[in-house]
Design a protein. Structure first.
Length: 368
């Protein structure tokens, strides 16, 4: 049966664009669902592939039925594979796999139970401790936290606030007081803020247990621990720390895409979080020629041949100048994650690799 990749746009957009560039180069059948009529996808050459627009951003499965019905009608007789791009949609679809099945839609991730075990911050933290992987020091109570710390949600979705929660970096007394006013303390656990070199360990584990691995070093990050602005290739996937995570993931029978963030302080790697889905700076591995998305496409029978995974340029960089511009305009303090200064020549190299300053997405670049 013919298969087609379905891409939900509007969130985690830089990863979406990197995936679209990959499938377009390989002529993989695709269809895009725009988040709204103001989705930035309409400022790209991929606007022609939009086949439906969501009528609401509410995360209720009933609101997706019209989209599913349209997909089933347009691509009758095809199996539709959803690109695992955003956390909220993955969780919603995992809870409603019977609905997806009715429309021949496949969610290419692990079971809901395993997904939550890896994705929820506290669950994965405990798994790491059980497997000899260092994690940041935890504080039992909010009141005893130092001036700088991180508040992490125990569960990604709060039944109390009825909303999805993200980690909060707290660096001042004022920020701590604001956090206490806005949140319920028992919904979070509290960790030291580990400052040091920042890395992403990148994996794709195939259905037959083959581990594809890579890594990147993060140079500059948006304020409040948000998106990565600058990154470059790294080699820590060849070190012992990677073997520990590989062993853990195989023991859990994990399959698919996953990014694990670590910080290196005084020679020790500390696990920060794991995201078992597509990640923002994906264009870095695409440009390098070590394309995880091609492995994903092969594993889900969207291409016929296993890809050639070979770094074609180890000098390639990742840059999102829009994120840099946003923080500068907002006068927010970005996080410098690499102690070495970036020279003028290096800045030029980064900017030459900007995620959006390319022919297919120049419309987004100009709007940012």
């Amino acid at each position: 049966m013919k298969r087609r990749l379905i891409i939900f746009s509007g969130f985690n957009q830089r990863a979406v664009v990197a995936m679209l560039r990959t499938v377009s180069k390989l002529n993989v059948p695709k269809a895009i669902i725009a988040a709204s009529h103001t989705d930035t996808i309409f400022a790209t050459i991929y606007a022609k592939d939009v086949c439906a627009v969501r009528t609401s951003l509410e995360l209720k499965i009933d609101l997706f039925i019209p989209v599913f019905e349209k997909l089933a009608k347009l691509f009758k007789g095809e199996e539709l594979i959803v690109a695992p791009s955003t956390e909220t949609l993955i969780r919603l679809f995992l809870k409603n796999k019977t609905v997806l099945k009715k429309y021949s839609i496949i969610l290419p991730v692990v079971s809901e139970e395993l997904y939550l075990r890896i994705s929820d911050k506290l669950n994965f933290n405990m798994l790491c401790q059980e497997n000899g992987i260092a994690v940041p020091l935890q504080y039992n109570k909010l009141e005893i936290c130092p001036d700088k710390f991180v508040a992490k949600p125990k569960m990604y979705y709060s039944n109390y606030s009825r909303k999805f929660q993200i980690p909060v970096l707290i660096k001042t007394i004022e920020e701590k007081e604001m956090f206490m006013k806005k949140n319920r303390a028992e919904d979070f656990y509290y960790e030291e803020l580990v400052e040091g070199e920042s890395y992403y360990l990148l994996y794709y584990i195939t259905k037959n247990h083959k581990i594809i691995k890579f890594s990147q070093k993060n140079i500059l990050q948006q304020s409040e621990g948000k998106s990565i602005i600058l990154a470059e290739l790294a080699t820590i996937h060849t070190e012992e720390i990677s073997k520990l995570f590989e062993r853990l993931l195989l023991m859990q029978e994990f399959r698919g895409l996953i990014m694990i963030e670590v910080r290196k302080r005084n020679g020790i790697y500390y696990m920060i979080e794991a995201n078992p889905r597509m990640w923002g700076p994906s264009q870095l591995f695409v440009d390098a020629g070590f394309n995880f998305f091609e492995v994903f496409l092969y594993n889900w029978q969207l291409i016929n041949d296993f890809p050639k995974l070979e770094v074609v340029d180890d000098r390639v960089k990742y840059c999102w100048s829009g994120g840099l511009k946003n923080d500068l305009i907002s006068k927010k303090k970005m996080s410098i994650l690499d102690s070495k200064c970036v020279s003028i020549a290096e800045w030029i190299t980064f900017l030459e690799n900007d995620i959006y300053c390319r022919n297919d997405t120049m419309g987004i670049f100009e709007k940012e």
